[in-house]
Design a protein around this ligand. Sequence first.
Ligand code: 9PG
Length: 523
Amino acid sequence: MNIKLSDIEKTKLYKAKEIEIELPETPLRYYRHGWQSWSLAAWTEVSFPLPIQKPHILHPYQTDAVYSLEEDPHGSWLGAVEFSNGKVLILGALSTDTHVFLKANQLQGRSEAGEAEWLCAYGDEDSVFSEYTALLGKRFGIMRKPASPRVWCSWYGFYSYITERNLIQTIDLLGDLPFDAIQIDDGWQKDIGDWEPNEKFPSGMAAMADKIKSTGRKAGLWLAPLLISDSSTLFADHEDWVVKDETGKYVTTGFNVWGHNIYTLDVTHPDVISWLVDLMSRVRRWGFDYIKLDFLYGGAMNGVRHARIPRELAFRIVLGKMREALGEDAYLLTCGVPILPALGLCDAIRIGPDVSHLWEDYLFEYLLQNFSTPSARNAIRTVVNRLWLKPLVHVDPDVEYFVEKENELEEEHKSQLQDLALICGFKATSDLPQWMTRQEREKLAGFLRATPKIEKIGRYRYEIDERVVDFSEAVELAKPPRGFASLLRAVIGWAGNFKVIFNLFLSLDNVKKKRRIGMHHLG
Ligand code: 9PG
């Protein structure tokens, strides 16, 4: 279906498998909306298209691998262009399994499934995005919980080195800091797929939930229920539950981040569905009522599944079943999740990549032009560009930092993360109370209690009470490297595709993390 800008004045909603809008001029900017939580969302210069993200080995982790080699500007479900008069045209799907491309002077929508529904709207940026949000709310549903809990999350404090002992010590030291939930992250489980406590949690998970709840808070637990490691008992027992590609090879959800090959469960297989439902009920029985389901994109990756239904729809169906099993009274945060298919089925969505105690990462952001790796700046960029989702669901920008110890962020950058959390209305930290000075503890308490008035005054500018905060610098994308640096980019981008070299990088990073956490001090 081919339409012009003038058609939109009469009709805004279209039903088509393929739709093209003819643009009257080459737009200045393209709004690129990445697939899942960690994928980039940003306004990009049309005259400076982003190069294909490197290293390719990370594509399954950071992008929708189906489109990761696409050269033209593109994004999942929606795309928007900005013209020289400042007006914005949005093409937004109201159906899953859809993708938008800017090709020459056409904005193109494509559905991988059947006919899709599309909104085309032209005008002021905020109003066209609001129109889209309102329709998404009608089609997918709106989250119902009034406020998001203030969370202490173990990940950026302990990473996978969390133990029962250091968790209990932390809970005790958090004392009466106004957190509503304490959430145990990655590191408690036997294996990816074997969701039972490992030897670091000898008292078991019900005891951990009890301990947290005895402080009057929600007990939180992290799981990646759709992933399966080839080292797990689940894999040994149910090899047939794993998604394969057309050639019969297992679909890999990325490289071996946990030291093994990680694959994805077939979410359309009836036995997998009942296993997932049982898992959700078990976690509730342990006593957890704040659930962070992570790496969910695995359930929507391309592959051959038991039932031939579109991949994102298949994922949406299973997410609905997991939500039902958890019960409406549990708080459900989804992470590493394809955004649109999760709307209406969870209480919160992580809308950016991981933060870190570093502002930016020269290797990834400048040399490789990869904006999905953990850094404060990458997180801010994508989160600020996804705030239009806020009327639909609680938006999680990841954690904020308050302590000075072992943290390379400048005050200015810590403030930007804190301000963004106030704007999102979702507050969390992983700062170790063991490391807090009295002033830092007071600052954190003040932040957790604050309920400022928030007003948007520009694309990247907000007023928080009387204070103006501006994220314009943070969201800027580094230009591709030139000269020697571009040679370095080519070499590193290529070398990074070999598992051995990548794993070497990874283990060096783990050594740094372990040193930073100072295991010997925390026991
Ligand atoms: C636990 C973490 C935390 C964090 C999540 C997620 O290799 N990767 O590309 C990669 C990306 C994100 C990531 C971990 C690895 O973080 O966002 O909050 O829960 O998992 O493993």
